[in-house]
Design a protein around this ligand. Structure first.
Ligand code: FE2
Length: 207
């Protein structure tokens, strides 16, 4: 029997829309760290679902979700783990990834001649996407919710509990306890409940 091949997590969740796929590809080299490529694609699809039921402006929401985490690329690789997760060891670094993201997103969007007023709205969402507890408006709510819904996806769940050094059960309990706290929109709350139930069945915690 040959050696077992490691799982290639960074697959699937392709972006069908040509414009947004091009934008994603322009940013993909800045999303390599922390498997942000996969996180971004999953969250993009979550954002599409939220836009369909909650309204919001796709021209603001979709660039914001695609570019929100590109700032991680500017942090020292060995310290990135201190800037996210249930226990943030370095809040300054967490803030730094937001500000670097604002800067880089502006650069990328100006390069493709995106309208200046739209760029400003995208940047306002990226600025504080993790550290700001309130949302500016519906677009901001959708981006915040889509970012967190990733944690309830199959890939997000399995990667995160290992990164955070938690048991699957402990991570599941955390995700369920955070549903009333994290989410702004009803669609995201419903989706998080449904996804958590799926993950729970995956783990055979429920008979
Ligand atoms: Fe994110």
């Amino acid at each position: 029997m040959g050696a077992i091949k490691p799982v290639d997590w960074d697959q699937g969740w392709e972006i069908q829309d040509t414009f947004y796929n091009t934008l994603y590809n322009k940013a993909a080299h800045l999303l390599k760290i922390r498997l942000n490529t996969l996180h971004t694609r999953v969250s993009y699809h979550c954002a599409l679902n939220l836009l369909a039921t909650e309204g919001g402006n796709p021209r603001v929401v979709l660039p914001a979700i695609l570019l929100h985490d590109i700032g991680y690329s500017q942090l020292p690789e060995t310290e990135i783990k201190d800037a996210f997760g249930p226990k943030i060891k370095n809040p300054e670094l967490q803030r730094c990834h937001e500000l670097e993201g604002v800067h880089l997103a502006g650069k990328i969007l100006r390069e493709i001649d995106y309208p200046a007023d739209m760029i400003q709205r995208v940047q306002a969402i990226i600025d504080g996407h993790d550290t700001r507890e309130t949302a500016h408006d519906r677009n901001d709510m959708i981006v915040k919710d889509a970012d967190k819904l990733w944690r309830y996806s199959f890939e997000g769940f399995y990667l995160n509990y290992q990164w955070f050094d938690l048991t699957p059960r402990a991570y599941m309990d955390r995700l369920i306890s955070k549903i009333p706290v994290w989410f702004f929109t009803n669609t995201a709350k419903t989706s998080a409940i449904e996804q958590a139930e799926k993950r729970r069945k995956d783990l055979k915690i429920l008979k």
